[in-house]
Design a protein around this ligand. Structure first.
Ligand SMILES: Cc1ncc(COP(=O)(O)O)c(C=O)c1O
Length: 392
């Protein structure tokens, strides 16, 4: 099968909706959801044995499995992102992983957490909370935009580092601006200054090649449910070995001080089926080829953006090398400029045109973030082009 709307047969997505918003919460294929359901059925055959003994290392007695099930699943995820299984643990989502790090680091009064203007609001709040409790500060670095070259971002972050900077939080792929950031180069500059780096990889795995170790960072917190086709919620936190001892999940429970992987795995009662089905999501991606999927998604949003630019009379001013599977471009001048304008247009597109897409107000105008996935094709982009053109 070739990529395009025909692939919708593999998804539960409503074919009457033009779904150009894969990035927001992902969309797991049918096959992956079926695998998750099989896991749930298996749990329910003997719930206490499965959840208390088979899933993780606990002190609840003998498991029926040779290895804790979360570790087997973690091994598949680790192989996908170039990590060791022992350095990676499942978390519900990227925000949870970022919270674990920000609330575990030893911040002192007067210390600084550096975040960027492109950072995700939820994670920025977690940084603000961690700072507030310690009497530390958050420094938000203004970002150059349009970005001529990724080096401009490296320079801006480096210039914001001070002797009080303890940690830099940087996105692998930014949320609203949808830019791939030069994480390894940023980490290199931070390392020279003795500053640790937490990567928010919410849009990383599946959308860009991820080899966590080679990035040279201390922590990488990511989602698999966005671009690696896993069920929701499914994220992971990777931590460099020397940073694991003081790292605790935001919800502290029985596993406390049993070591990184055991502590994160031995959580209180929860539904682990999305974590255990993660290898199925990765297998789906591997079946089509991660490189082929990324290339298709990228080609669609890059060519699609050019088509929208000519339909709407706007400029696309992002370097292609910083664009992955999503692209953010301005809407036509007359589309408005406020949060209320963004909301009104988003709702009009959804309720009147059945187009689901992320859009927002920023720097005095409205912007749209186009996600590409293998179930989309240019006809989806054309529907968006005409629906917006008809209004402005
Ligand atoms: C950069 C970034 N971080 C974090 C998140 C939050 O993801 P989640 O709600 O799955 O934690 C998003 C969501 O789009 C994001 O773009």
């Amino acid at each position: 099968m070739t990529f395009g709307r025909g692939m919708l047969a593999e998804w539960l997505l409503d074919p009457d909706v033009t779904y150009l918003n894969h990035g927001t919460v992902g969309a797991p294929p049918r096959r992956v959801l079926e695998a998750q359901q099989r896991i749930r059925n298996e749990i329910e055959r003997q719930p206490s044995a499965f959840l208390l003994r088979d899933l993780a290392v606990t002190d609840m007695g003998r498991s029926r499995r040779p290895e804790p099930l979360l570790r087997t699943a973690a091994r598949a995820v680790a192989a996908f992102v170039g990590a060791r299984e022992t350095d990676l643990a499942f978390v519900e989502n990227a925000t949870t992983g970022a919270n674990a790090v920000l609330r575990s680091i030893d911040l002192r009064e007067g210390d600084e957490i550096v975040i960027t203007e492109f950072g995700y609001g939820g994670v920025a709040r977690a940084a603000a909370y961690a700072a507030r409790r310690a009497g530390a500060q958050v420094r938000e670095v203004p970002m150059p935009y349009p970005v001529e070259h990724p080096d401009a971002i490296v320079r801006a972050i480096e210039a914001a580092l001070t002797p009080r900077t303890r940690i830099v939080v940087v996105d692998h792929v930014t949320s609203e601006t949808a830019l791939i950031l030069p994480v390894a180069a940023i980490a290199g500059r931070c390392r020279e200054r003795g500053v640790a780096v937490l990567v928010d990889g919410a849009h990383g795995p599946g959308a860009v090649p991820v080899d966590v170790v080679s990035l040279g960072v201390e922590w990488y917190s990511a989602n698999l449910h966005k671009w690696a086709f896993t069920p929701r919620p499914c994220g992971f936190l990777w931590a460099r070995e020397d940073r694991q001892a003081d790292l605790h999940p935001p919800v502290v429970t029985w596993g406390l001080d049993h070591g990184f992987a055991v502590e994160f795995d031995w959580a209180s009662t929860r539904d682990p089926s999305s974590f255990l089905a993660a290898p199925e999501g990765i297998a789906f991606l591997e079946q089509w080829g991660p490189g082929a999927v990324r290339a298709y998604d990228h080609g669609l949003v890059w060519e699609g953006a050019k088509r929208l630019a000519s339909a709407w009379d706007i400029e696309v001013s992002v370097p292609e090398t910083m664009v992955g599977t999503m692209i953010t471009i301005p809407l036509p001048e007359g589309a408005g400029s406020t949060k209320a304008d963004a909301r009104a247009l988003r709702e009009a597109l959804l309720f009147e045109d059945r187009i689901e897409i992320q859009l927002h107000a920023w720097r005095g105008r409205l912007w749209v973030r186009l996600s590409g996935q293998i179930y989309n094709d240019m006809s989806d982009v054309d529907r968006l082009a005409s629906a917006v053109r008809a209004r402005f």
